[in-house]
Design a protein around this ligand. Structure first.
Ligand SMILES: [Zn+2]
Length: 243
């Protein structure tokens, strides 16, 4: 019986096992997050050396053994070399990988998370975006995928669609009438638009907006405080980034 199959995805983590092997986790289109052995990945002439490195995207030939999955072949289509030539970008990318590795689940449909990670790593390497901008969008859309993002489409108190304020307590937008009673912070229209865009835009179009510096700082501050308040996990790699 042939137990071979193909996994399409991005290697999130890689560590040495034994003398010649690697153990990797892959964010895949087909099976969510998958852990697998890459046997012989550290032998000099191995055909699967690339499959043992974090931050590569491609198609992997996999074999299902009794207790574990093994990678027996790979066809890498993206190495993200723009990132790997710049140590600052490598820190950001490491953070993105850690976030995906933490939230992705085995056996679930993680295809949108995979597309988000792939697109965000490409965006990191593009000069039109600052790494801080890419980080902000990546974090926000990750919250959307996790079902933890704020509601920015109606007033959290009365359902009104004319939104002027953000309420940290209510995890979303509120209208000017409700703000008189509940408080909240004034939202610049561009910031509201950005949050709505990051909530619903197709991944391919996610990075198609820019913010002026003042609006960017406003949005960054909301997301940072929101994350600290509602997300209980801290990521090791984030300590190396400017916040
Ligand atoms: Zn209201």
């Amino acid at each position: 019986m042939d137990n071979s199959f193909t996994l399409t995805g991005l290697i999130l983590t890689s560590k040495n096992v034994g003398d010649y092997d690697k153990w990797v986790t892959i964010l895949t289109r087909e099976r969510g997050r998958v852990g697998a052995f890459v046997r012989g990945a550290r032998r000099p002439k191995s055909q699967v050396i690339a499959a043992g490195s974090a931050m590569v995207y491609g198609a992997f030939t996999a074999y299902e053994g009794r207790d574990s999955v093994s990678i027996t072949g790979c066809d890498i289509s993206e190495h993200f070399s723009q990132i790997k030539n710049d140590i600052d970008l490598v820190w950001y990318a490491s953070y993105f990988l850690e976030v995906a590795d933490y939230y992705a689940r085995e056996g679930l449909d993680e295809s949108e998370r995979l597309r988000l990670l792939y697109r965000s790593l490409l965006a990191l390497g593009e000069e039109s975006f600052t790494p801080e901008h890419v980080k902000m969008v990546y974090e926000y859309r990750t919250m959307v995928i996790n079902g933890e993002a704020p509601n920015v489409f109606e007033c959290m108190n009365c359902g009104n669609k004319e939104l002027t304020h953000f309420s940290m307590n209510h995890r979303g937008t509120i209208c000017s009438e409700c703000a008189k009673e509940l408080g909240g912070e004034v939202l610049t229209p561009a910031v509201l638009f950005a949050m709505q865009h990051m909530s619903t835009a197709a991944i391919e179009k996610l990075y198609s907006f820019v913010l002026k510096e003042g609006a960017f700082e406003e949005l960054k501050s909301i997301i940072l405080r929101y994350r600290h308040r509602y997300m209980d996990h801290t990521f090791n790699s984030e300590r190396f980034l400017d916040n």
